[in-house]
Design a protein around this ligand. Structure first.
Ligand SMILES: Nc1ncnc2c1ncn2[C@@H]1O[C@H](COP(=O)(O)OP(=O)(O)OP(=O)(O)O)[C@@H](O)[C@H]1O
Ligand SMILES: [Mg+2]
Length: 204
């Protein structure tokens, strides 16, 4: 998701030049290129924030998995103009490795939506229930046949593997023209205290 920032910078430069020229002739004409500059700047900033925290291996332990997922959500909104409904519990008490695995699963699910789904709305929910963490990612895109096979494609496989490694399960419901519902259920281990059930929800 992070390969577009240099394109943003080119666009920002072009928008700024166009606005400057317009200021000399017809200042009203500067508004559209300036709006363009603002949009590109916001998308670039969201993407850089997500990228910078990904480059710091300790950031998941430091900032938490919820903050990391929230940054990915910001990228979906600003860069890909998706309407994302995110409902996330407070930071779950997982080990740093398990946080990393959960983050990678969420990231791949979101990445797949951007890459394949042609969706307009995404629902992302992380909840805790009876000693389990449940991650649900749902899109209203074109759907697919999840029974595959997808030779040479590793994303779904790696999500499945990560969920199983965490002692959990992973399921996908999808059909062409129907959208996709992706669900991962992970047990909270005995030494991991159940997370606060307080839910923080927001819509954009
Ligand atoms: N949310 C989705 N909406 C529509 N199609 C999807 C979605 N998620 C996955 N797919 C389909 O499932 C296939 C397999 O996904 P998978 O993540 O395994 O591979 P990939 O994204 O193509 O490549 P990569 O190995 O980089 O992840 C995709 O090629 C795509 O056709
Ligand atoms: Mg993929």
């Amino acid at each position: 998701m992070h390969d577009s920032v240099s394109q943003d910078l080119y666009g920002i430069r072009l928008g700024a030049y166009t606005a400057r020229e317009a200021l000399d002739s017809d200042p009203g004409e500067a508004i559209a290129p300036l709006e363009y500059v603002i949009t590109l700047t916001e998308a670039g900033l969201a993407e850089m924030r997500a990228l910078i925290s990904e480059l710091r291996p300790e950031s998941l332990a430091f900032e938490g998995v919820i903050a990391a997922i929230t940054k990915q959500v910001a990228v979906l909104r600003t860069r890909y103009k998706l309407s994302v409904y995110a409902q996330l519990i407070e930071e779950p008490p997982l080990s740093p490795e398990r946080k990393q695995a959960l983050y990678r699963i969420a990231q791949e699910a979101l990445h797949n939506i951007v890459k394949h789904a042609c969706a307009s709305t995404v629902t992302l929910r992380l909840s805790s229930q009876e000693g389990k963490l449940i991650l649900e990612v749902c899109d209203d895109g074109k759907g697919f046949d999840p029974t595959g096979p997808f030779p040479g494609h590793l994303g779904l496989l790696s999500m499945q593997e990560r969920a199983v490694q965490m002692g959990g399960t992973c399921s996908i419901e999808s059909a062409p023209e129907w959208g996709t519902y992706f669900r991962v259920c992970i047990p909270i281990l005995p030494h991991e205290k159940p997370g606060d059930a307080g839910v923080v929800g927001e819509r954009h």
